[in-house]
Design a protein around this ligand. Structure first.
Ligand code: HEC
Ligand code: HEC
Ligand code: HEC
Ligand code: HEC
Ligand code: HEC
Length: 198
């Protein structure tokens, strides 16, 4: 195969992928072109460098939360199972954050005098949800589902680290494409682009 053909055969799937992505986001042509270039550069880096997949991206990241909730105290010391609070994980795409109502299952009697618990009781009474700050968030062009992974027995900690030791949840695992792909390859899970990019 001559060089031109080889370049074309490589460029076509990428262009198709970016085009679909642009259509979905209904971007203007200009934005689409800019994205294409950025995407191609990023992918180029990934292919050439390998490092791009695993490179450090300001880890760990722990946003300040509105209530001083400790995973170490609840999931560590008191051994409350992850899925007692994140009960959507085995059923839906998202793991879900528990409502104040779930906290109050215990906190109607536990530590009711604590100023932090008073905040939860207030949220529960006036129906205003606590505005937790997200720690892990995929870009819009990535599709992910908890359900499938939990059903296959992938541990929460594989993707989120030892949360049960954390006073404040911090982002200790970098969800870059290479992270997802290396497990998919080793577990013979799907690796075609459309699996994760819709
Ligand atoms: C299954 C029971 C249970 C649930 C559900 C629960 N907690 Fe707790 N929580 C505890 C226990 C036990 C303690 C430790 C009490 C102690 O130190 O005596 C605690 C302590 C706390 C404290 C520390 C209070 C202080 O000042 O020392 C906060 C804050 C707290 N919980 C917030 C929450 C939030 C927010 C939720 C819901 C997302 C929640 N809890 C759900 C059992 C629970
Ligand atoms: C008592 C309820 C409770 C238990 C038990 C619990 N969590 Fe959480 N989890 C929360 C709440 C509330 C938040 C949102 C506040 C925060 O980020 O700390 C949260 C946030 C998280 C986040 C960050 C979500 C984001 O914003 O991206 C992860 C990851 C997480 N939990 C994993 C776990 C794992 C793994 C376990 C078990 C080892 C666990 N949780 C046990 C209540 C709980
Ligand atoms: C295969 C990797 C993987 C596993 C296993 C996994 N998560 Fe996640 N988790 C993610 C990704 C990726 C996101 C970001 C999703 C997004 O932005 O759409 C996320 C987001 C979250 C969030 C934020 C809210 C949400 O629902 O998106 C919570 C809470 C969470 N995970 C808890 C858990 C718990 C608890 C477990 C185990 C029962 C678990 N995760 C297992 C990859 C994983
Ligand atoms: C530790 C291993 C592991 C990691 C890490 C992992 N996956 Fe998976 N994933 C799997 C396995 C195993 C399956 C196949 C599940 C099945 O066959 O039901 C799968 C399936 C999927 C599917 C197909 C789900 C469906 O409903 O068809 C998507 C999408 C996916 N993973 C996205 C991701 C993304 C995005 C990441 C990174 C944020 C990721 N995965 C990280 C093991 C992993
Ligand atoms: C198992 C899931 C998975 C598969 C399969 C996958 N990707 Fe990705 N891809 C991701 C995730 C997750 C990100 C977001 C990475 C980040 O935010 O750092 C991403 C990001 C990208 C980006 C944006 C570059 C960047 O750094 O943000 C491009 C372009 C891309 N993927 C192309 C592809 C192509 C082409 C294929 C098929 C050869 C593919 N992906 C297959 C998970 C996947």
């Amino acid at each position: 195969m001559d060089l031109k053909k080889r370049v074309e055969s490589l460029a076509l799937p990428l262009t198709m992928f970016l085009q679909k992505r642009a259509e979905r986001l209904s971007l203007s042509l200009t934005a689409f072109l800019i994205l294409s270039v950025l995407g191609a550069v990023a992918l180029g880096h990934a292919v050439i460098g390998g490092v791009f997949y695993f490179g450090p991206v300001y880890l760990p990241h722990a946003p300040k939360q509105p209530v001083a909730f400790s995973h170490k105290l609840h999931a560590g010391t008191n051994k409350i199972p992850c899925q007692y609070c994140h009960s959507d994980a085995r059923r839906t795409e998202s793991a879900g954050i528990p409502t104040a109502k779930k906290c109050m299952n215990c906190h109607v009697v536990v530590k009711t005098e604590s100023p932090e618990v008073v905040k939860i009781a207030a949220a529960h009474d006036n129906g205003k949800p606590i505005e937790w700050v997200r720690v892990y968030k995929n870009p819009d062009h990535v599709w992910f589902s908890h359900k499938r992974h939990i059903k296959k027995g992938v541990e929460c900690q594989t993707c989120h680290g030892p949360v049960e030791t954390m006073e404040v949840v911090s982002k200790v695992v970098d969800h870059q494409m290479g992270f997802c792909l290396s497990c998919h390859k080793s577990k013979k899970a799907p690796t075609d682009c459309w699996t994760c990019h819709t």
